[in-house]
Ligand binder design. Structure first.
Ligand SMILES: [Fe+2]
Ligand SMILES: [Fe+2]
Length: 206
């Protein structure tokens, strides 16, 4: 096979196959083989899209002493240096990734992104961190800093409180140690390599 072989060039330049249906009701197994093959390609690029979205936080200060990307990196750095495992550190890295599109509910965005790849406990921490972080500033805005107390009896209350106290709330220091996004990239790719749970994950036969 040579690279200037016309059949090779035609194969490379051929548009990707597409499903034939115009209504999903008419979809066939072949249609879904085509879509399924592309789904594998598309999902393999998820970490790239997450990296791109994290970079949208670069230079976005929102009045804070450091921009949102640096805050995310510093939160993850604090968790990593504290010996937390990859999954936890990736949650720390992504916990504010929803600020751009979920400006009124940013923890929900991050929680949805990490959900297939992390434990229910880590997912809960990310999902609730906005309420728990509020303990440190809601009272300055006329809000209830004890909003987290609605979860006081929850088994993961202390874990969420700890995440904010140890990693999120202290991570606004312009002089604070902050690893680069490149340093976290291999860890992000490892954690997001395959989902632990998803409605699209085949059920084992048996
Ligand atoms: Fe947050
Ligand atoms: Fe944060």
């Amino acid at each position: 096979m040579v690279l200037d072989d016309p059949t090779v060039i035609a194969a490379v330049e051929a548009p990707p196959p597409l499903a034939k249906f115009t209504r999903m009701q008419e979809g066939t197994a072949e249609d879904w083989r085509v879509i399924g093959a592309d789904f594998v390609r598309f999902t393999s690029k998820l970490p790239d899209r997450v990296m791109t979205h994290l970079r949208l936080l670069d230079g976005d200060y929102g009045g804070f002493p450091i921009d949102r990307l640096t805050h995310s990196l510093q939160t993850a750095t604090r968790a990593a240096k504290d010996g937390r495992d990859d999954e936890y550190v990736v949650c720390a890295l992504l916990h504010d990734i929803g600020d751009t599109l979920g400006s009124f509910n940013h923890p929900d965005i991050a929680a949805a992104i990490v959900k297939p790849f992390v434990s229910p406990q880590n997912h809960w921490i990310v999902e609730k961190h906005g309420i728990f972080q509020g303990y440190y500033f809601f009272h300055h805005l006329g809000l209830d800093r004890d909003m987290r107390d609605q979860y006081r009896d929850h088994p993961w209350f202390d874990s969420a409180a700890e995440f904010c106290a140890e990693y999120d709330a202290p991570a606004f220091d312009p002089a604070g140690e902050t690893f680069s996004l490149d340093e976290f990239e291999p860890m992000l790719r490892r954690v997001m390599a395959a989902p632990k749970q998803s409605i699209y994950k085949p059920v084992p036969k048996g």
